[in-house]
Structure formats: structure tokens, C-alpha cells
Ligand binder design. Structure first.
Ligand SMILES: Cc1ncc(C[n+]2csc(CCOP(=O)(O)OP(=O)(O)O)c2C)c(N)n1
Length: 418
């Protein structure tokens, strides 16, 4: 490479430099210049025939393929913008996702019932957000990772974690409930956005080892105000890591509405500030979500760096069973969003296309009932719990305070038994 070319590459002005195709960068690539993050974004933009800015900025219209009436509408009738056009997913992918959607809805209902019956301590329901939950892992390969939050149990189950294992955390009886390594799913994180940093760290480690690993890391709209959100996105972009950040904008952070959370035009616009592509999609349109995720996972796996997807959706139920949503939002608002329901929309779309027959619908519903019955049975079984486990996995060498607390607990339990 001549000095002149090297200089242009270093300054990101060489249109021939960089590649969106398959390059897995090593630690010395920045020194080499040709694989700088800016060039990777450039290459991705070029593959769509648009400028890097148009590639990074979300489309002017929400990406939508199927409207609330179950008919194909393509961004509310607008012509798709160049570089932001998404093809319809294959029929078998739509049907597979629909099965998970129906099961996800049924499990949301079941979990809320278990809370009311006192079998579960708390449940942050994703009722109304199931399309997002299903899409998040739909395009992940076995070696990839999902990093969820407390509201993402349905996403965790859609990735293959048995429902009972995904839910024991909310019964409060065991740390994560499942082995993260077995399913390649991080724990359902309650401290907001810590899971984004875990996901970025894992992607960085995988990249250094030369492994093909894509990470999908989830958070809510409120979580985008956290410092860890900034650190995760900036690190991922600078090190051009294969991470898809997925923000489910359900419009409330407990009682705080979106307009009190950010003054940005959209949460997807935050991506451009980090030098990554952002897209905004109808979070109740499973077809659009699958299409957007397919492209995002493919691009990041091919080496174009991280991406951010914002899904516009709504939390139909209260934040958790400990929250009273009527204190900060109107019934009319929630009722309006019920008319945009992702499950009904997908059912109408698939039925109208003749893909979903009555027999198939009955089979899908029966599978969902079966999953709910197994969850019920598992959660209703009395557990043999050892309260001392609380101290077991905190430190390799417990602190003096934990030793003291553990002894105090042992003493109390002994006196209770006596
Ligand atoms: C670091 C941190 N700060 C505050 C909280 C308390 N908290 C729990 S949920 C929540 C709202 C989060 O809203 P959002 O990110 O929009 O996600 P949603 O619950 O709507 O899915 C807050 C502030 C927390 N869990 N962690």
C-alpha cells in the first residue's frame, strides 16, 4: 500500500477500503488502517448504494410491513427509502415465529395468574411486547448470545430456555434459574443496562478469540438514559463488535413517559452519535421485526459493526404487580394499544394468506396450553430451599460481614426449629 493510499485509508476517505464481507478483525487491525470502523460502515452503506449518514440514520418512517388490520402496508403506504427496504421473511420463518408468539402470550397470561395465586413473587410482564420478544432471538445461531432484562422472559424462552427455568428467578428461589452457558443466554438482569456491558464484553472476548459470535443485547427506553448504555454502545462501536442493541420502547420507565426521558427525535437516532446504524421498527409487527433483525444480525456477523434497533411498542400491563399504572396513564391509551395487538395482527395476516388454517391454529394453541400447564405444574411444586444458599455464591472467600450474617441466620433457623 502506498503512503498516499494509507493516509487516505487512515482518514476514512478511501472508498475502496474496508469490506462488509466476512472479515473478522484481529487486535492489530486498527494499526493496519484498512479495517477501521468507519470503513466498515462505509462498506455496508455502499452495499445499499447510500451514504454512510443515510445508512446510519433510521429511515424517516417507522419500518412496518403488516399494519394493525393484518394487511401488508409497507411503512404506512410510503415507498421504502433506499437502503431501508426489507423483504418479506420466508413463510416457514413466519409460521415458526407465530408459534413462539402464541406460546409467549399464553405464558405471559400464566405468569400473571401465578403471581395472583402467590406462586410467584413478582412478574414484569411483556404482554403486548411479545412480537419483540420472539424476534430478538429468531435469527441467532446456537453459538450466539442473548442478553436479556427482567422483562424478557418470553425472549429467553423463545431462545430455548425451558419456561420453568426462565421463571424461577421470579419465585426468588435460585440465582438465575438456568445455566447461562448452556443456552447462551445471560441472566435476566434487573440493574438497568448492566447486561449491555456484559454482552459487549462477551462479544469483545469472542472477537479476540476469533470466534463467530453475534450478541443481541436488550434494554428498555428508560434504560437508554443510563451511563452504562453510553459506555456499552461507544465501546461496541469503537471496537466494531458484532452486537445488535435492541431497545424495546414501551413508552414508560415505570411511571416516567418517554418525553421525560429523552429529547432525541427517536431512540434509534442515538446510534448515529456512536457511529453505528439505527433503525426504528413497529414493535407490534412481527413480520417487520423479523425482517429488520435478519438484516441486522447478518450485517453484524459479516463485520459491519454494531447496530441499534428501536421497536415502538407498549407495555399493556402495569410495570409489575407492585405497580398501579392507572396513576400515570389513562385507560384509553392502553385500550388504543390493545387494538394494535401483535398476536391478533399476525393471526389475521397469516390466515388471510391461507398459511394459517383452523387446524394449524388449534395445534399452535394446544402447544401453548401445554407449555402453560407444564409451567403451572413446575411452579406449584413445593421447593426444598436452603436459605443459606443466599451466601453461597457471592465471594470465593466470604467477607466477615457475610460470615456473621450467615451465622445469625443459622441461629435464627435453629431457634425456629426448636
Ligand atoms: C441501575 C438501576 N436504576 C434504577 C432501577 C430501578 N428501575 C427498575 S425498572 C426501572 C424502569 C426501567 O424502564 P425501561 O428501561 O423503560 O424498561 P421497562 O421496565 O419499561 O421494560 C427502573 C428505573 C434499576 N433496576 N436499576
Amino acid at each position: 500500500m502506498s503512503d498516499d493510499v494509507r493516509d487516505r485509508v487512515r482518514h476514512g476517505t478511501d472508498e475502496t477500503a474496508g469490506s462488509a464481507g466476512g472479515a473478522v478483525g484481529g487486535p492489530d487491525e486498527t494499526a493496519a488502517g484498512a479495517e477501521q470502523p468507519t470503513n466498515r460502515v462505509r462498506a455496508a452503506a455502499r452495499s445499499f448504494g447510500i451514504t454512510p449518514e443515510d445508512y446510519m440514520l433510521p429511515a424517516r418512517h417507522l419500518i412496518r410491513i403488516v399494519g394493525p388490520d393484518g394487511r401488508v402496508c409497507r411503512s404506512a403506504g410510503e415507498d421504502p427509502e433506499p437502503g431501508h427496504d426489507y423483504p418479506l421473511p420466508a413463510d416457514e420463518d413466519l409460521l415458526a415465529a407465530y408459534r413462539r408468539l402464541v406460546t409467549g402470550r399464553r405464558l405471559n397470561e400464566q405468569n400473571s395468574a401465578l403471581v395472583r395465586q402467590g406462586r410467584m413473587a413478582v412478574y414484569p410482564s411483556s404482554y403486548g411486547q411479545e412480537a419483540c420478544q420472539v424476534a430478538a432471538s429468531a435469527h441467532l445461531e446456537p453459538q450466539d448470545w442473548l442478553f436479556p432484562t427482567y422483562r424478557d422472559a418470553v425472549a429467553v424462552i423463545s431462545r430455548g430456555v425451558p419456561p420453568e427455568e426462565a421463571m424461577t428467578l421470579f419465585r426468588g428461589d435460585w440465582h438465575s434459574g438456568y445455566d447461562p452457558r448452556e443456552y447462551r443466554v445471560g441472566i435476566e438482569s434487573t440493574p438497568l443496562t448492566t447486561q449491555l456491558l456484559h454482552g459487549v464484553g462477551l462479544a469483545h472476548a469472542a472477537r479476540l478469540r476469533g470466534e463467530d459470535t453475534v450478541v443481541v443485547a436488550l434494554c428498555g427506553d428508560g434504560a437508554t438514559s443510563e451511563g452504562d448504555f453510553h459506555e456499552a454502545l461507544n465501546f461496541a462501536a469503537v471496537f466494531h463488535l458484532p452486537v445488535v442493541f435492541f431497545v424495546q420502547n414501551n413508552q414508560y420507565a415505570i411511571s416516567v413517559p418517554l418525553e421525560r426521558q429523552t429529547a432525541a427525535p427517536s431512540l434509534a437516532h442515538k446510534a448515529v452519535g456512536y457511529g453505528m446504524a439505527g433503525e426504528r421498527v413497529d414493535g407490534n409487527d412481527l413480520v417487520a421485526l423479523l425482517a429488520v433483525f435478519e438484516r441486522a444480525v447478518r450485517l453484524t456477523r459479516e463485520g459491519s459493526g454494531p447496530l441499534l434497533i428501536e421497536a415502538l411498542t407498549y407495555r399493556i400491563e402495569a410495570h409489575t404487580n407492585a405497580d398501579d399504572a392507572t396513576r400515570y396513564r389513562t385507560d384509553e391509551e392502553a385500550e388504543h394499544w390493545r387494538t394494535l395487538d401483535p398476536v391478533t395482527r399476525m393471526r389475521t395476516y397469516l390466515s388471510d394468506r391461507g398459511l394459517l388454517t383452523d387446524d394449524l391454529q388449534a395445534e399452535v394453541q394446544a402447544a401453548a396450553e401445554q407449555a402453560a400447564a407444564e409451567l403451572r405444574e413446575g411452579m406449584n411444586a413445593e421447593q426444598e430451599l436452603d436459605p443459606q444458599e443466599l451466601f453461597a455464591h457471592v465471594f470465593t472467600v466470604p467477607t466477615p460481614q457475610l460470615v456473621e450474617q450467615s451465622a445469625q441466620l443459622a441461629d435464627e433457623l435453629a431457634r425456629e426449629e426448636a
